[in-house]
Write a protein that binds this ligand. Sequence first.
Ligand code: NAD
Length: 485
Amino acid sequence: MDNKADVIVIGAGPAGYVAALRCAQLGLDTVCVDDWIGADGQPAPGGTCLNAGCIPSKALLESSEHYAHALHGLREHGVDAAGVTLDLDRMQARKRRVVAELTQGISQLLQANRVRWLSGRAQLLPDKRVRLTGHDGAERELQADAIILAPGSTPAQIDSVTQDNERVVDSSGALEFTEVPRRLGIIGAGVIGLELGSVWKRLGAEQVTLLEAQAEFLPMADRQVAREAKHSLERQGLDIRLDCRVLSSDCGTDPLVIRYQDGDTEQSVEFDKLIVAVGRRPNTQGLAADETRLLLDEWGLIHADAHCRTNLPGVYAIGDAVRGPMLAHKGAEEGVMVAELIAGRVAAALDYDTVPSVIYTLPEIAWVGQTEQGLQAAGVDYRSGVFPFAASGRARAMGACEGFVKLLADSTSDRILGAHMVGAQCSELIAQAVLAMRLGGSSEDIALTIFAHPSLSESVHEAALAVDGRALHSLRKAGSDGSKL
Ligand code: NAD
C-alpha cells in the first residue's frame, strides 16, 4: 500500500471517521488509523461512542425502560402483564448486536468512500509523518499533506479508589455487568453516573447511591431544570448525595467500602459494585513524539484555534482532545469543518453556543445556549417563557406529565438565547430550539409557527408564547427564575 496520502486521520471515533468521510467526499486521498478492537477481536471503527459509550448505553437505557414500564407503567394503561421477567443475557446480546451493526455500517461507509482504513496505534512524527504500529508490533511510516488528530478520550480515575474492572469499573465496565448489582455505588453524579445509575435501578438494583463532589446538582444545566430532574430521579430511587468527597476505599473486601466526607462528617457506605464516572481525559499521552513539539495544555488537551488548527502547520485536532464539550456531535462537526479547510474551501468556525446537550435519563434533560443564571451573571436583559408538560394534551395521553420547556429570549431583540427542557423526548424537542437559534430566530418566530396537535412539540410553541406572557394552555406564569412553576 502507498505510504503517502493527502490526509491521515488518527482516530475513527465520531470526530475522526466523519472527518475521513468528508475528506474522501471532497476528493482527498484519505487514510484513517484506529486501534480499537471490538468484542469479536476484530478492528472496530466508531471509537468510544459506538463501541463503549453513547450507543451501547442508549441500547441499555431503551431496554431497561421497556422492562421498568412493563413492570410498573402498563397497569395505568389498562394492560395487565403478569410474569414480567428480566433476561439480562438477551438484553446484553441485543446491545452487542446494535453496536456490531453500526460499526459494520461505518466500515462499509469508509470502504465505499475509498478511505484507507488501517488498524493499529499511530504516533505523530515531525514533518507530517505518522508511525503506525500494528497489533503484531510491526511498524511502518506514513506521510501526508495534512494530519487530523482525533484520538478521543478515556475515563478519568481517582486516587482514592482502585479500579479492578470487575467490581470497581469505569463507564465501559458498567455496560457489561452480567447480573444486576444489589447495592450499586457511583462516584460522580454527572451525565454517565445518571444514565448508568438509571439503567441499573430500572433493572432492579435495590440501592443506587451517587456520591457527587460538587454541592450543586448538574451545575452546567439551568437551575430550574436541575431541580426538577433531581426530584424526579430521586423519586425513581436514585440516592444522590451532593458535596461528598471520597476519601478512601476498601476495594479488596466484600462488600466494597467507600469512606467519604459529607460536610463536616466522615461517612462510609457499602456496595457490591462501584462505577467511577468522574469525567474523561483526552487520549494525548504519547500521541505525538516529543520532537514534534505539539502544544498541549495542563489538562492534556491539544491546543487548537477556532478552526481546530494546532501549533503545527497542516496538523489539525478535533473532538474530545480539544477544548469544548466532550460530545460526539461537536467532534463530528469539527471534523467536517477541518475537512473543508484542508480541501481549500472556506469553512466558518463552529458556533459552540448552539451545541445541544442531552442527558438520556427519564425524564430526559436537554439544553442549548445560555442558562438563566448565566444571563443574570452577564447582566443580559432577557425574558423567559415556561410551559409545563402537565398542560400538554399529548403528554397527558402518553402519561408523561413531568417537566417543562423553558425558552429564554433577549428582551430587546427577542432573539432566542437559550432553551432548557426536562421531560419526555426532550432529546428530540431540543433540535427545534437549536434550529431556531442557528437561523437567528426569535420567540415570535416560534410563536408564529404552526405545530401539529396533539404533539409534545406544542410545548415548545407554548413556551415561546409564554415569553410574551400569552401561553394559551397554561394558567401559570413563571417568574424570571421560574420559581412559581
Ligand atoms: P461529567 O463531567 O458529566 O460528570 C462527572 C462528575 O463527577 C462531575 O459532576 C464531577 O463533579 C464529579 N466528580 C469528579 N471527581 C469526583 C470525586 N472525586 N468524587 C465525587 N464526584 C466527583 O463526566 P462523566 O459523567 O464521566 O462523562 C464524561 C464525558 O462524557 C462528559 O463530557 C459527558 O458530556 C460525555 N458523555 C455525554 C453523554 C451524553 O451526551 N448523553 C453521555 C455520557 C457521557
